[in-house]
Design a protein around this ligand. Structure first.
Ligand code: SF4
Ligand code: SF4
Length: 404
């Protein structure tokens, strides 16, 4: 190893472990140190945590099924001890739930845990507030469709999909829908998912007293990680189960996929926080599965993993942290964080179908950036916003049947 390599390694370790970054400020160091001291091996037992007050106990690594289309992966995951599978009404236009239904039809119902997410009928993407078409009835009809696809009488966790505002979390029609679903025995436990403005949404759940589980974006690239961690702690104290998603923060630092994120390290980082019950990393092949499943028995972080995370913090990457700093600068009020998420789905996750589904729900005019001589929306992470918007919006012109 050359002197330059040593210098770089020393610098990165200092940055992650001794610097003044948000990562350190969020009191991550003691967590990492505790985990590292807790040495374990692949033969170690699976680490399990309680999901709030639900009575469910889960291995710390679960299966984000969003992009998976191979039933053999799900069977193999079960063999490796993964029991919790996360899907959504909208994933793969329903095929994702159907695939799980086909897999689980022959398994005892108490041998797996299924979470699915149902979108409200209408959300104003600029304000994050549900529109008048959002009704309990419409939500429950979608749930019935999901249950049919899953071939289940109930899901273990039912989420309202993608809420980011306090008023959305506490929206009466959505609270009624969740409560009725539980009362009717169609959901054992209820909650919501949140991709941005997570602290506000999570803290609203505590005040609402209805939600039992929150599925939240949590990762090492969030500049507001300390705030997310604090909200998670408060929610856990209130008995709400916390499940982490977007742990891989886009999977790549660049659109060309030359700089992969160390996803195993990123997953371990999130799970250092014992208030996080489990995480749902996206798994699309057997290599992903093997790597992620290994974390179930070993949270120890290696020096290399610490360095990779420190390096990752210095990269702009594909992950939009939903900070919304860019929004006031755009005179057209574009839902830029949603568009950036679609960009990440396209180039980080290789999932143009999910990107297109998201983009078509946003109602953005054609060539929307063409009218601006200069882009006045400034990204806190340095993303070239108009370039990314223009690039990814092209997907809306492609007929859905051409993208699978
Ligand atoms: S170029 Fe696009 S993102 Fe930038 S300010 Fe104009 S409409 Fe908004
Ligand atoms: S595009 Fe940049 S400024 Fe806008 S929400 Fe995402 S990270 Fe924040």
């Amino acid at each position: 190893m050359g002197t330059r390599d040593l210098d770089r390694r020393t610098f990165l370790r200092t940055t992650l472990l001794g610097g003044s970054s948000a990562l350190l400020a969020s009191a991550t160091l003691p967590d990492i140190a505790r985990s590292t001291a807790r040495a374990s091996t692949f033969e170690s037992p699976i680490i399990r945590r309680k999901l709030g007050k639900t009575g469910i106990e889960l291995p710390i690594v679960s299966f984000g099924v969003m992009r998976a289309d191979n039933p053999a992966l799900v069977h193999e995951a079960l063999k490796l001890g993964i029991v919790h599978f996360d899907t959504a009404h909208g994933y793969q236009r329903g095929r994702n739930e159907e695939m799980l239904g086909e897999v689980f039809k022959n398994y005892p119902r108490d041998s797996f845990v299924i979470g699915t997410k149902v979108h409200p009928e209408e959300i104003d993407r600029k304000t994050g507030i549900p529109g008048p078409a959002t009704t309990s009835k419409a939500f429950l009809e979608r749930l019935d469709t999901s249950l049919k696809r899953l071939r289940l009488e109930y899901v273990d966790i039912l989420y309202v999909h993608e809420l980011s505002r306090r008023d959305a979390v506490l929206h009466p029609e959505l609270l009624e829908a969740l409560t009725l679903a539980k009362k009717a025995g169609k959901a054992r436990h209820i909650g919501f998912s949140t991709h941005r403005n997570e602290p506000e949404a999570i803290l609203a759940a505590i005040d609402g007293g209805v939600h039992e589980v929150v599925l939240s974006s949590i990762n090492f690239k969030q500049a507001h990680y300390a705030e997310v961690k604090h909200a998670v702690e408060k929610a856990a104290q209130a008995g709400i189960g916390i499940i982490a998603m977007k742990t891989m923060a886009g999977a790549f630092h660049d659109r060309e996929k030359t700089k992969p994120i160390n996803c195993k390290a990123a997953l371990k980082f999130v799970l250092q926080d014992e208030n996080v019950t489990t995480a749902i990393p996206g798994i699309t092949n057997f290599d992903h599965l093997t790597v992620n499943a290994s974390v179930n028995t070993d949270l120890t972080m290696t020096n290399q993993e610490l360095e990779d995370l420190a390096l990752g913090q210095t990269q702009g990457g594909l992950y939009c942290q939903g900070c919304e700093h860019c929004i006031p600068g755009c005179p057209k009020g574009l839902p830029i964080p949603d568009i950036m998420r679609a960009y990440m789905y396209t180039y980080g996750y290789n999932d143009p179908e999910s990107a297109r589904t998201l983009l078509t729900s946003l109602d953005v005019p054609d060539n929307v950036c063409a009218g601006c001589s200069t882009c006045t929306a400034v990204c806190s992470k340095g993303f070239a916003i108009s370039e990314r918007v223009t690039d990814v919006m092209r997907l809306t012109k492609v007929p859905a049947e051409f993208i699978t």
